[in-house]
Design a protein around this ligand. Sequence first.
Ligand code: GLN
Ligand code: ZN
Length: 768
Amino acid sequence: MLKNNLGYPRMGSHRQLKKACEQYWSGKITREELTQAARKIKEENWQLQVNAGIDLVPCNDFSFYDQVLDMTLMLGAIPARYTPVLSTVQTNKEIDLYFAMARGYQKDGLDITAMEMTKWFDTNYHYIVPEFTANQQFRIFSEKVFAEYNHARQLCGNAAKPVLLGPVSYLLLGKEKEAGFERIDLIKSLVPVYIEVIKRLKAYGAEWIQLDEPYLALDLSKKEKQAFVYAYNEICQRCPSVKILVATYFDALLDNTQLAVNLPVAALHIDLVRAPEQLDEVLALVPEKLQLSLGVIDGRNVWKNDYSKSLPLITKAIAAVGTERIMIAPSCSLLHTPFDLDQETEINSEIKNWMAFAKQKLQEVSALYQIVNGNTELYQINQQAVAARKSSALTNNPAVKLRIESITDADANRQSAFPVRQQLQQQRFKLPLFPTTTIGSFPQTDDIRQLRAKLKKGELTQAQYDEAIEMATVNSIRVQEEIGIDVLVHGEFERNDMVEYFGEQLEGYLFTKNGWVQSYGSRCVKPPVVFGDVSRPEDMTVRWSSFAQQQTDKPMKGMLTGPITILQWSFVRDDQPRWVTANQIALAIRDEVIALEQAGIGIIQIDEPAIREGLPLRKANWPSYLDWAVKAFRISASGVQDDTQIHTHMCYSEFNDIIQNIAAMDADVITIETSRSQMELLEAFADFEYPNEIGPGVYDIHSPRVPSVEEMVNLLEKAATLLPAQNIWVNPDCGLKTRKWPETIAALQNMVDAAKQAREKITEPETI
Ligand code: GLN
Ligand code: ZN
């Protein structure tokens, strides 16, 4: 029985890679120093895994930016626009081409855009999207995998296992950049390069090679299934003496089980955390000789494994196929977990005893191995921790549990239907046609960030800090009034992050000091941890919203983060279903909404940018998720009177396939990101005849560019051809936190002028 690991966090124990990359980008360290920093991280990781007794230690899981981009470079699939960089970048400076593809290139008189980035399955990790053309050529371009394998071999010997993204998933993760072909058809020209790579790795000594094929756990077309058969038949025929391990994760194989177990490979990894029930099906179909890697330890969360759940899975598999054919492993790469729990000195020790980060998860792999081999003590220690967690007063809040049980349908419904509310709200706020607003945050300048740092260091008292934040708030209100915006926001200067700010004030939440997880490139996030029943001991935002409302006669929008976004961007409990945690957070937000209403705030926005990314990977599981997610939102929003206006906001979303559920959220107003797609997204709303009010973003906030009045008027005219004019709001695509003041003011000024022109050009009756 082997102890297997699929991948390890690559930032280093103290985010050394982040620092090194950023210093290299700003010219503060040399390429050699950057490479040296990377070498150290890799060696530390390998040593750690060898020490933990891991038999198959991943290498080439390290990446300076992203493992998919590494594949693109290895396979020479370099988009044509980078050709000029190829010639300015001298030999041996492959890394500069690599970073140019990741981040764009504005040097040497060139201005080349970066490759697109998108989310890696249902994680918060972003990968760089491969770009394909109709006659896409592949060849070995980057030698990184060979160098890294040879390096790992020095430290781990035969245990070193190179990891590559498998050919089918690599193609499916990419995009066609021209019409007239399907990327999956490139499999024939791609596979020979994989064969060459695998042969070379074999020649250097590799015994096992891991090919990640997460798409095996997704819905596949017939053609895609055929591509799997073709690719792996070719690879295994041409490289008969290499042991290929195909890794699947994040969901069950389901209808792809037959396909997956019959690939002519040496081993198959399955995710038994997300889908423990798939073990039976796999065991029923597994052909003789295929080895199984059992992903029993959660690679997506921070909790200690419950051995009483993992052990039966392992013993069942052993009984079916024999010990020699079994490997024990985490469910997926540990990339998605923080590095080391030992570094957390401030977490309550009772709770810390329930947790495990990447390093501890390796120890769990080894512990399970020992338990299977008769060690009872390790099992008992684990079960004590599991039992302590179950019965702890810290996880259990009877009042919250009771409240969850007594939620009724009425809690998820506004008092009246939208048309009634709309009329009452119109009477109350008397807003003009095309009312203007913003999404919430205003520039988080260095000054603002420094205030927070100083407060933390004790260089500012709370009172001094609050006063400075009040000044920033007042200033932003004056700016909005001068520009002539209709519905104001307070600017969110008091918030560092839209989830952390609420997590810090909710009971049942904890924060780590060093629990960083890579989000994209050098960017890391530190998700808060929900460990217990969530409740709201006090008002969270009323102080700032009321203060802001007192400064102006215009309506001031209250700003909250919605339950699904808070859930999605946190590490959540694994001892209760996600929907239960979602409802607990929803009730806390509901109470805050009501408190804001009572404080005189008549318009309240509940942001839900993460609702779409929470969608399950398999379409069959969408309805149940959407059901509870929409309901959680509605619970949070429905405690108010009819004349209180609830807004919601979403960014980066394609809504076409879930428009019905977006409508079911029943927000009075939804603001969405649409400017980059030239209102294309709005068509989904128009086709559906979306009944409530909509603010389609009229300018892109991701760039400092100031949009002209005319282009925004054009967008509004376009919107008015699709939707009833009296339902249209005017706002930017998203919050303005990353922008600077001058461009913000100029852009909003133009936006307000555009709304005024639109009011003159487009009058209600004709357009309905
Ligand atoms: N209210 C938030 C802001 O303006 C919304 C952020 C978001 O959609 N991601 O910053
Ligand atoms: Zn947004």
